[in-house]
Design a protein around this ligand. Structure first.
Ligand code: HEC
Length: 259
């Protein structure tokens, strides 16, 4: 028989050792549970309601921040004189919507008195391109855009009696491109002589500046190479170069370059 079995001191020591080992494992277990909880292993996952709540909370935070950053009514009133000064100082030289210019207004007068853009270089460049091949895709797009002209100038560019002059065999159509671009951007007030006949209509042709540079270039390239006409293509950059013409009164033959 083991004599230590009956030694109470040894028994107590064994008990305390056991307690220590038990505590050690208990602590390790607690740490593992704690870590697992920290990494969300026990959570059941976010419900759609929670997600919606998070989004609402984020949105509200953003709105609150935006409102906090907004100017106070006092700050706005203080800024108005400065802003209006800037607006007054920035007089437009060109406007997109010619029909919105008040006749006789300062803008209208400024535009009327604005110096003409020198187009000699542009017209010479286009003449130099006379023999360059025309992109069939551009002709296709131009033909589609010609819908805008067809009612007045006719399906084959033959013109419509008492509506508009012909584009077929028109020296203007195959002439300097700046004329054609200006007619699109500003419209045209007759009289104008086309192929030996003088035309004049009460309202002339109204500006069609709402077309994009590309649409104008395409339709002009199309009319210059249809109905028996043959001339160089018109490029969108060339239209862009004359955008400052928009808003000026309808162009007259005196302002155009003689074809
Ligand atoms: C609402 C009618 C109308 C529409 C639409 C119209 N035009 Fe005209 N166009 C006229 C009139 C009218 C004249 C002549 C102005 C005058 O004599 O007062 C004219 C003149 C012209 C001229 C110069 C004269 C000539 O016959 O060569 C060209 C070029 C021209 N238009 C091109 C076009 C093109 C391209 C379009 C389409 C993008 C177009 N027009 C759309 C009515 C129109």
């Amino acid at each position: 028989m083991d004599p230590t079995r009956d030694n109470p001191l040894i028994r107590i020591k064994a008990f305390i050792d056991g307690l220590g080992i038990f505590t050690f494992f208990a602590v390790v277990l607690l740490i593992i549970i704690g870590l697992a909880a920290a990494f969300g292993l026990f959570s059941k996952g976010e419900t759609p309601e929670d997600a919606a709540g998070d989004i609402r909370y984020e949105t509200k935070t953003e709105v609150d921040a935006a409102q906090a950053a907004f100017l106070t009514p006092e700050q706005i009133s203080a800024a108005i004189p400065e802003v209006s000064k800037e607006l007054i100082a920035s007089k437009p030289v060109a406007v997109e919507k010619a029909e919105q210019i008040v006749p006789g207004s300062e803008t209208a007068l400024n535009l009327e008195n604005a110096p003409a853009v020198d187009t000699t270089e542009m017209d010479a460049a286009a003449e130099g391109d006379a023999d360059a091949p025309i992109d069939p895709a551009v002709l296709e797009k131009g033909k589609a855009q010609y819908i805008m002209c067809i009612g007045c100038h006719g399906e084959n560019g033959q013109g419509v009696e008492s509506v508009a002059p012909p584009l077929a065999e028109s020296e203007w159509v195959t002439g300097p491109i700046s004329n054609l671009i200006k007619i699109q951007l500003r419209g045209l007030a007759g009289p104008i002589e086309v192929n030996g006949r003088v035309y004049e209509f009460a309202n002339g042709m109204l500006p069609m500046a709402y077309q994009t540079n590309e649409q104008i270039a395409d339709v002009l390239t199309y009319v210059r190479n249809s109905f028996g006409n043959k001339a160089s293509a018109v490029k969108p950059e060339q239209v862009e170069a004359l955008r400052s013409e928009v808003g000026k009164p309808q162009v007259t033959v005196e302002e155009l370059t003689k074809p």
